[in-house]
Design a protein around this ligand. Sequence first.
Ligand code: PHE
Length: 366
Amino acid sequence: MSPEIQPPSSFDDTSLDQAFGRVTAQAREEAAALTDPGSVEAFRLRWLGRKQGLLNDVSAWLKAAPPAAKKSFGERFKTLKDLVEGLLDQAAGSGHSDSALAAESIDITLPGSRRLTGAEHPITRTWNEIVSVFAALGYSVGVGPEVETDFYNFESMNFPPGHPARDTQDTLVIANQERRPLRDRLLLRTHTSPVQMRTMESQPPPIRIVIPGKVHRNEADDATHSSTFHQVEGLCVDTNITFSDLKGTLDHAMKALFGPSVKTRFFPSFFPFTEPSADVQISCIFCGGKGCRKCKHSGWIELLGCGMVDPAVFAFAAEKQPAYDSKRISGFAFGMGIERIAMMKYGVSDIGQFYSGDMRFLGQFA
Ligand code: PHE
């Protein structure tokens, strides 16, 4: 029995008052010190606990009471019990006391947890930049499938079956297609040129489109090559389109992408789908053309391929759209690697960084 619960010395009213008075004072004192929900619960168990509660001890005094005192004892006991319950109710509301509020409060001056701001991936950004340069010249955007037929990727682009030019753009082919004619067999496209043919088949000239997209080649990955990469190709077809138009368009585009002081020069090259074909070099953006390590001390950097659309390509388009008659129309096409341009613009020396998903790299573009 707790020391504070001293039974009455006898059961007359005075003794009962004294004994109950001590217990009441004790309960009030303890209740006044209650602050948090934990201590309130402890108080409840200590006083009203079903087996060990102090009020049980008090009610046990009754056993020793003579029958005549039972009534007045019962009244006092009820008063005490009501009081303890009242104190408990009050204290349970003490969630609102200053100390309880302080314990629960949130420091709104603490900085919140910051969410990372999203940003365009450098490839997406460069993709959009290139597209908008041509959009400003009146080009629209063409898209097409990444899994392409042999016909659109190769044959219609004037890579005949078995022609060695196909070796320059080896790729993955979809398995188990031996029963299909070669032209219908599926492969991962090696360039976005097939969309040139799809577009010509679906609409007569004039055409001005740019075709951004993902392409695949059998390529050993190294610091500057990736077997999956991105391209923007362009096609312009109309009457009287000349090589001068091609030069003027690409010279403008390179200045728009790399700054107005950039120069361009054109070298003879070969692509099956253009004739004549050219490689385009721009003056080195790192040294301004003086010669440095990046341009292998030549002052020039090779950046894209282009040429006048080969009549053989128009002949394939004319099967569906007779207006592609190379006697009456002409056109030029060009193609550039988005990674290569992004690497130059942002000074990235390892192409693998673009695909790494490394936030330390990507965060620089936020
Ligand atoms: N399709 C060519 C390639 O991927 C690029 C190109 C397009 C070259 C148009 C000339 C004209 O290599």
